[in-house]
Design a protein around this ligand. Sequence first.
Ligand code: SF4
Ligand SMILES: [Zn+2]
Length: 191
Amino acid sequence: MTGFNVNKVAFDSEVTAGWQGRGACRQHDPDMWFAPALAPDAKRICQGCPVWRLCGAEADDADERIGIRAGFDMSRRAERTRLRIALGRVSPKAEYLEFTCGDCGGVFITRRGYRICPTCRGLVDAGPVRDHILALNAADIPRTQIAAQVGMSKHSMWHLFTGKKGELPLHVSKEIADRICAIPVPARVAS
Ligand code: SF4
Ligand SMILES: [Zn+2]
């Protein structure tokens, strides 16, 4: 959280260059973006703002937690998530939400339902694991063989690459991931 105030910046006559100088809030009382009673009016003005995307992206990058940015109330977790969806940073299909882990207290993004973060559930990112499997496949090691070698079911291996409703799984068990990534990719023999 930075406490950076785009509206006050936009109001500052010194700031005319850059997107801040083109913000629709520039024409209005900056306090509107911080007074809860006036939030609906501020949001309406943001909705017609030509630089909402830049403003929203900056607020999200800075994990801003106060005021209205890009039409979203940054003090509310659900609205921060909706901003991230509007920016295309998380999938609306998967209904991603921010949660605080009940175990370690860390904040994580998840699909509805999980209360414990992936790390505390013994999970790791699936992306690098998929990449390693693809590298093994490219070296003529089939997925069925990899699955058998690491004690993973064929279904789990299939799910890792097809997912559900167009969404690939975000995580895999650390134990399985470690075993898969320990399989060396054979060096290509020059032909
Ligand atoms: S999106 Fe809203 S807060 Fe951001 S610059 Fe535009 S009007 Fe101002
Ligand atoms: Zn945790």
